[in-house]
Unconditional design. Structure first.
Length: 457
């Protein structure tokens, strides 16, 4: 199940995570078929391997696959490439910073699901940097398509009357079933890092820096053995990056160096680094770096736990409200300013589908499983997958919805979204049909009998 959910994140790009295979098995005959172009929009080809990869993904999830599934996948690829083709005609631009931000978000979600960056690299068989490079242009194209789609539907509006009319148009026996959902809040306390611990890391990095400059040690060898960035350590601390891809202090250090130079110690949210510039061309650069984080002693962790116990006790005795406790104790930057509300990383919504919560965040599942609305978990150890900082956390069930058939009173926003999607689909269908005769489009004759929703022929 884990592999399925991981794959689906990048499969949603309409491009295979499995890779651009050049030899494909014909399942009905066990023949080997050389990959070929089965569709094209403008200058954008669609490969048979793209379709086969998505079919494999659906099969791995236990879904039934037939000829119509192949047709659906091809049409989705035709549609995405139609958007991409128009985006290029309209000279829509996506910045490197946008691409890098989207890349980081996707990989962070993957990393959180699989458990660590090292496990992600093992799963994919590539270094973290190689994974980024492989998907950079794929994500850029996807963002271009999304921006084009946004422009097409930017004036779309749905009134309350539209929502009610849409709801009434759905047969009663076809109304969707809404799973149980919960809204979660958290308070996080991190162990305090002592100045002594910070100084020890800085002094170690400075000693290594002097050894590198004097030629007494190898930067890549030390990075491989000692760097705590597991993704780059395997490659001697090597990172290939572009402007906007790395956190600002790290990037500023890299762009301040001449080729071959080694930076002073740089502090980022991840710890302390020294950086060696290997090459730079325009906004692209290659560096080696070593990352060390100050050691958190048992006493510091114990102090954090004691402080959390104090917070927990006050809440249980009703000496302070939850909102007051968040303001007084929580040190999590993402949630401490919004009552501790924890957003679902997939949907951005504050409600989590109970049926899927374990796949999204196993740490959360272990804490909230069995809690009632308003109930607070016992304090537990916690690792922030974004910053990789260890801390202590309590969570609270803010709200819980029972499973039910969708209705306007309880699910207005859900139904409104469905109404918007219906109206959006109508707009996009009109747009596609208006462009078909103006763009070069073709697809393989093996798809000639497909029942497409758009008029591609």
């Amino acid at each position: 199940m884990l592999k399925k959910s991981i794959l689906s994140i990048f499969i949603s790009l309409s491009i295979s995570l499995i890779g651009n295979a050049q030899i494909i098995t014909n399942e009905s005959t066990d023949e080997k078929v050389i990959d070929k172009i089965v569709g094209q929009v403008g200058n954008n080809p669609i490969l048979l391997s793209d379709i086969q990869a998505q079919l494999l993904q659906l099969k791995s999830e236990g879904q039934e696959v037939n000829d119509q599934t192949r047709c659906f996948i091809l049409e989705e690829l035709l549609y995405q490439n139609m958007l991409l083709n128009q985006a290029k005609i309209d000279s829509i631009e996506i910045s490197d910073a946008q691409v890098n931000a989207e890349m980081e978000n996707r990989l962070r979600t993957l990393e959180q699901q699989i458990g660590s960056r090292e496990k992600l690299e093992s799963f994919y068989g590539k270094t973290y940097t190689q994974i980024k490079e492989e998907f950079r242009e794929i994500i850029r194209d996807r963002l271009l398509s999304q921006d084009m789609e946004r422009q097409i539907v930017q004036d779309l509006e749905v009134s309350p009357d539209d929502v009610r009319s849409f709801y009434k148009s759905i047969p009663e026996d076809s109304l969707p079933y809404v799973n149980e959902k919960i809204a979660i809040q958290q308070i996080v306390i991190y162990p305090k890092i002592t100045q002594e611990s910070r100084n020890a890391v800085i002094e170690k990095l400075n000693r290594w820096r002097e050894d590198f400059i004097n030629g007494e040690r190898s930067f890549s060898a030390v990075a491989t053995i000692h760097s705590e960035d597991q993704g780059s350590a395997k490659d001697g601390g090597k990172i290939d990056a572009s402007r906007g891809m790395m956190v600002k202090p790290f990037e500023a250090a890299a762009f301040a160096l001449e080729v071959g130079e080694i930076s002073d110690v740089v502090e980022t949210q991840y710890g302390y680094h020294i950086v060696k510039l290997l090459s730079r061309k325009g906004d692209d650069y290659t560096v080696r770096h070593i990352l060390l984080t100050p050691e958190i002693g048992s006493q510091e962790l114990s102090d954090a736990a004691t402080l959390m116990d104090e917070c927990y006790a006050k809440l249980k005795k009703h000496e302070m409200t939850w909102d007051e406790a968040v303001k007084a104790y929580s040190e999590d930057k993402e949630t401490s300013q919004n009552q501790g509300n924890l957003s679902n990383p997939y949907t951005g919504d504050q409600y989590w589908d109970v049926a899927n919560i374990n796949q999204i965040d196993p740490q959360i599942f272990g804490l909230v499983n069995g809690l009632e609305t308003g109930e607070i978990s016992n304090p537990g150890l916690y690792t922030d997958m974004k910053t990789r900082k260890d801390g202590v956390r309590i969570v609270r069930i803010k709200d819980r919805t029972e499973p039910h058939t969708a209705n306007l009173k309880d699910d207005y926003n859900f139904i409104k979204k469905a109404a918007e999607n219906s109206k959006k689909e109508e707009l996009l269908k009109d747009w596609v049909n208006s462009k078909v005769g103006k763009v070069y489009i073709r697809f393989d004759e093996s798809f000639a009998n497909c029942d497409f929703r758009y008029n591609w022929k």
